[in-house]
Design a protein around this ligand. Structure first.
Ligand SMILES: [Zn+2]
Length: 358
């Protein structure tokens, strides 16, 4: 019986595809960070509007429908200018809560002629004269649909100029007269006409188009009024809203929150069977729905070979060779496109005793 097991194992080695390098996987017990945090110098504090737990200071409007277009804390690096979001430089920038910035407050941003520094001589882009959306500090990270809808643009905003405007851009029509725009992407996962769910990964952020660094430009625009920009944070200033096209606070519950979806977090177990230590029981699972797994066997020489994969959590028996050690790496992609991966402990298959049939 054991001979047959070995034959199957050796045959399987030849049937497996080209090994991928084990360096793509983390060592056992290690896993990649779920989120990458990144910020411009001088903007190191997480404020109430971007950490997914704060409050905008105004209640949600009756039409509130948005959740944050990413998961995990990411700071705002440029605000929507209520005075006035037309990319003109009129010298004053007004934040959703009434805070104003101008050359008199922090002084000109030394590296950006449409900006005013948050701190004197600072170089932070937070106050961006005429900005018509919000910039979030995402590096090259998954971007999520802020609400369900139909993709109406998934392309370069200007196909003839890859360093212009918002570069690779997605627009989603939410059927309520508003569209959301996601700019400067490095990768687009959706196509025009496709329906997307809230929290679905639609692309990867980047710095295509006109950008000084990787970030996500997120904008809300009125489809029926010449795509007039709308501030999703509404207006909670102590003086009248200087911008006449606001539609109130558009965040569900009144504050920016992450989409209420289960994020993947793979766990992989591997243990030899008590009555046959060459048989290793491997099992993998993760939160999330619509999960698809790829499971790799990693050999002690470092090669890593596709071994199992299926929909839903699973388990299988791996037949190892005496004197060899193995571990297992599983990656998962949820139905909404979020991914996670993790490794099992190392399992060593003992040498066979002399005299034992092999
Ligand atoms: Zn922007």
């Amino acid at each position: 019986m054991r001979v047959l097991v070995f034959a199957v194992t050796f045959l399987s080695l030849f049937l497996w595809g080209t090994p991928v390098q084990a360096s793509q996987a983390q060592p056992p017990g290690q896993k990649a960070g779920k989120y990458v945090r990144w910020y411009y110098p001088g903007q190191t504090s997480y404020g109430p509007v971007e950490d997914g737990g704060g409050n905008t200071g105004s209640p949600p409007s009756p039409g509130a429908f948005l959740t944050l277009p990413f998961m995990g804390p990411h700071i705002v690096t440029s605000l929507f200018d209520h005075c006035y979001p037309d990319y003109g430089t009129n010298g004053t920038i007004c934040r959703y809560d009434g805070t104003q910035a101008s050359a008199k407050v922090g002084g000109p941003d030394p590296g950006f002629d449409a900006g005013y520094a948050q701190t004197p001589a600072g170089h932070d882009y937070l106050y961006y004269d005429g900005h018509d959306g919000y910039d979030y500090a995402l590096t090259y990270e998954p971007v999520a649909a802020a609400a369900p809808g139909v993709v109406i643009l998934a392309n370069w905003l200007d196909p003839n100029c890859h360093t212009c405007l918002s570069g690779q851009t997605i627009e989603i029509n939410h059927g309520n007269g508003l569209l959301t725009l996601y700019g400067h992407l490095s990768k687009i996962n959706v196509t025009k006409g496709q329906y997307v769910s809230r929290g679905q990964v639609i692309g990867i952020s980047g710095m295509s188009g006109t950008a000084t660094g990787p970030h996500l430009h997120f904008g809300v625009y009125n489809i029926h009024r010449s795509q007039t920009p709308v501030d999703p944070y509404g207006w909670s200033g102590s003086y009248p809203d200087p911008y006449s096209w606001d539609e109130g606070n558009l965040w569900l519950t009144g504050s920016p929150r992450f989409a209420g979806i289960a994020m993947p977090n793979v766990s992989v177990t591997a243990a030899p069977e008590a009555d046959d230590p060459t048989a290793i029981d491997v099992a993998w699972s993760s939160p999330g729905s619509g999960n698809r797994y790829s499971v790799y066997a990693v050999f002690q020489d470092g090669t890593m070979k596709p071994w199992a994969g299926n929909a839903g959590a699973g388990s299988a028996v791996f037949h190892g060779r005496p004197g060899q050690s193995y571990w297992f790496w599983a990656s998962v992609t949820t139905g909404l496109g979020w991914t996670s991966a993790n490794g099992s402990p190392v399992v060593a298959v003992p040498h066979l005793n002399h005299g034992e049939a092999s």
